[in-house]
Design a protein around this ligand. Structure first.
Ligand SMILES: [Zn+2]
Length: 253
């Protein structure tokens, strides 16, 4: 059912959460927009103005690696200081209360970790942009380190000491999905009894597969998103209101 107003939506969501043994939140860009992080996929968004750099082109061209880092540092300057929003804080409260074992996210902004989830309990389908790794040896680099080397290099992408390319820990277009994250997301989806999709249009693969998997497994499905999604018809609850307003009552502190 689609909630007719905000209050009804909150009441129904509370009832579903109270009834559930294990709530699995699945989050997309919508949960972070109130934190000042734009939805890159939205019309007029970052990706419509800056064509994404596919993984094979990143590997093939040093100029594109440098361009990729230029964009990343520009992002850092505009919203590197973003803080968790009401949605993140509400989910962290459910997590601390033992109601939710982990969160699965399409976001790369690290805000679930900042809000209080242990890093190991944030399953990131698209990686994390708050740090970088060497594609060859896997060593971790902090962004400040990469930026200092980038500047010292005259604005060119620095390489790892091993000679490998350094890239943010995100999953680029054309890059393989992280197998371990996919495996854990499936396992969590199959073991929850309330799948709570928040701020995701649920169209981008692999996001689209999870609500269906949860429903088939007998879990309830709740969707909190400003816009309609493909799965509204099969959901037990759909709340098309501002995400922060819907989730604020679930913040415990
Ligand atoms: Zn290396």
């Amino acid at each position: 059912m689609i909630a007719t107003d905000l209050e009804t939506g909150i009441d129904r969501l509370r009832a579903l959460i109270d009834d559930a043994r294990a709530v699995l939140p699945f989050t997309g860009a919508g949960i972070s927009t109130e934190c000042g992080i734009p939805d890159f996929r939205s019309p007029g968004g970052f990706w419509t103005r800056n064509k994404p750099i596919p993984f094979d082109e990143f590997l093939a061209s040093r100029d594109l690696r440098s361009e990729s880092w230029r964009r990343r540092f520009a992002m850092q300057d505009s919203f590197g200081g973003a803080r968790p929003g009401r949605g993140h804080r509400a989910l962290a409260s459910l997590y601390k209360a033992g109601k939710t074992p982990a969160v699965v996210t399409q976001n790369i902004d690290n805000l679930h970790q900042v809000s209080g989830f242990a890093a190991g309990d944030v399953v990131e389908l698209h990686g994390n942009t708050s740090y970088a790794t060497c594609l060859d040896c896997g060593i971790r680099y902090e962004l400040e380190t990469v930026r200092a080397r980038f500047d010292a290099n005259g604005g060119h992408a620095p390489d790892c000491d091993c000679g490998g390319f350094i890239k943010t820990a995100t999953v680029s277009f054309g890059q393989a999905m992280p197998g371990e994250a996919m495996r854990r997301a499936e396992e969590l989806t199959r073991s929850c009894d309330l799948f709570l999709a928040i701020g995701s249009s649920l169209v981008v693969w692999p996001a689209a597969g999870f609500p269906l998997m949860a429903k088939r497994n007998g879990a309830a499905l709740a969707i909190v998103n400003r816009e309609p999604t493909e799965f509204d018809d099969m959901a037990d609850l759909v709340v098309r209101e501002d995400i922060g307003n819907v989730l604020a009552p679930f913040i415990a502190d």
